[in-house]
Design a protein around this ligand. Structure first.
Ligand SMILES: *Cc1c(COP(=O)(O)O)cnc(C)c1O
Length: 433
């Protein structure tokens, strides 16, 4: 009995919270406080000694609460619960996904270092890398999802920057094309560029697949990043982010977070604690709905192509192999190309009745958007083409609604394309007459 290990979904209601410290409240209260009272001066001294690294934390010594920029119960309990899914040693929570990402990039890169990143990346990350990091003298280089290790190494050697490589930053599956990257290969690549005195770090933005369906630490990634705004928050009512990894790396991340002051507040922490209780059932229902929607779209006469991991087969070769090796579910993000161009895509988007026209993803409600003119509007036309972000591409984030309502809504919006086309044709022919 005593060696029974509870599953993460069973621990989301209680892990790390002690009711006796909060008047017996079954749920963790919101500790809406900026500072914490020390029992006496000796205790205050002891807390600061540990916080400033003047000495190691004692074996049975509880890390004391000092000030909410450093630590807060809602944040600490949330961080402890987040570690369970990825089996990480430690976690740091931020006020947004972008603050988690930018803090990690600042902490582990310095002028003269080379950052290698997969392309396409989330727009905010791509901007931070190309516009901000480069201002601080960090060199950056992108690679495409389809490139093999030897191709990437050849590119690195051609640039003569291989020995400067400090980090490989990856997003898989890629947004919005769902192209997958082999995390085992990325680790191998990082190791091949490491030396006895320098480990090339692997950082993975796992927002599309976490916390349930892909675990980069299993493939020896060093850092896992999340926009907790997406599946983790899951209700489109909070912006937050997280970073997971070893105790030693997260200590560095938390130290920079203390001085940038971009930790999440107690209210954000509490909202995410509440969200985590239903994370598994939400994500599973979303993926189940997404598979049905993707299969429906694949057979629809108005649809040219569907990009969804759950539709990959052996015929897709390497992409299928990586997906089967690395992911335990195809997820809830479905992209598809409508027959036609921007005009047809917009007719579809403008006629949806239940699915909302909005960016973001991973929430209880289904969302639709047009990557070429919305999330990926900032990418030059040629690059967009290369990445497969075409004028007729639509990205769906599937929610927990009744799947028949989703199919009805998508079907009636697709139907409008014909009706409007027929109207246009009849207008044209009547003006001809
Ligand atoms: C949304 C998102 C981010 C940015 O997160 P914010 O919480 O909006 O700051 C980063 N990466 C991916 C993959 C995202 O979807």
């Amino acid at each position: 009995m005593s060696d029974h290990h509870f599953h993460p979904e069973s621990l989301m209601m209680s892990y790390g919270y002690k009711p006796e410290l909060s008047e017996g409240a079954i749920k963790c209260p919101i500790f809406q406080t900026s500072t914490f009272v020390f029992r006496n001066a000796e205790q205050g001294k002891a807390f600061f000694e540990v916080a400033y690294g003047l000495r190691e934390q004692g074996k049975n010594e509880e890390l004391g609460l000092i000030y909410s920029r450093l630590n807060n119960p809602d944040l600490e309990i949330l961080e402890n619960r987040l570690t369970l899914w990825d089996k990480a040693e430690d976690c740091a929570v931020f006020e947004s996904g972008m603050s988690a990402i930018s803090t990690v990039l600042f902490e582990f890169l310095k002028p003269g270092d080379l950052l290698l990143y997969s392309s396409p990346l989330y727009g905010g990350t791509a901007h931070f890398i190309s516009e901000v990091l480069t201002k601080f003298g960090v060199e950056v280089m992108g690679f495409h999802a389809g490139m093999g290790e030897s191709e990437i190494l050849t590119m690195l050697d051609a640039s003569d920057k291989r020995n400067k490589l400090a980090m490989i930053y990856v997003e898989t599956p890629a947004n919005p094309t769902n192209a997958v990257i082999d995390l085992e290969l990325i680790r191998q690549l990082a190791d091949d560029c490491s030396s006895w005195d320098k480990r090339v770090l692997v950082a993975v933005d796992n927002t599309y697949m976490g916390l349930l369906w892909q675990h980069p630490l299993k493939w020896d990634a060093d850092l896992v990043l999340y926009s907790a705004t997406k599946y983790i928050g899951g209700h489109s009512d909070v912006i937050a982010g997280a970073c997971l990894g070893s105790k030693a790396l997260i200590k560095r991340v938390k130290t920079l977070r203390t001085f940038l002051g971009n930790m999440a507040g107690p209210w954000t922490g509490w909202l995410l604690l509440r969200s985590l209780e239903t994370l598994k059932i939400r994500m599973e229902q979303q993926a189940q709905n997404a598979q049905i929607v993707a299969e429906y779209l694949a057979l629809h006469p108005k649809v040219e192509k569907v990009h969804y991991l759950g539709l990959l087969t052996e015929l897709d070769g390497e992409q299928y192999d990586i997906y089967r090796k690395q992911c335990t579910s195809p997820g809830a993000m479905v992209s598809f190309e409508i027959k036609g161009g921007e005009h047809e895509a917009f007719i579809f988007l403008n006629n949806l009745k239940m699915v909302k026209l909005a960016v973001s993803l991973g929430s209880t409600e289904s969302l639709a958007q047009h990557p070429a003119t919305m999330t990926h509007a900032g990418i030059p036309v040629e690059e967009k083409k290369q990445m497969g972000i075409t004028e007729n591409l639509i990205r769906l984030s599937i929610g927990v609604e009744n799947v028949n309502d989703l199919l009805w809504d998508i079907s009636q919006a697709l139907e409008k394309i014909t009706i409007e086309e027929e109207k246009a044709i009849s207008r044209a022919s009547s003006s001809f007459v």
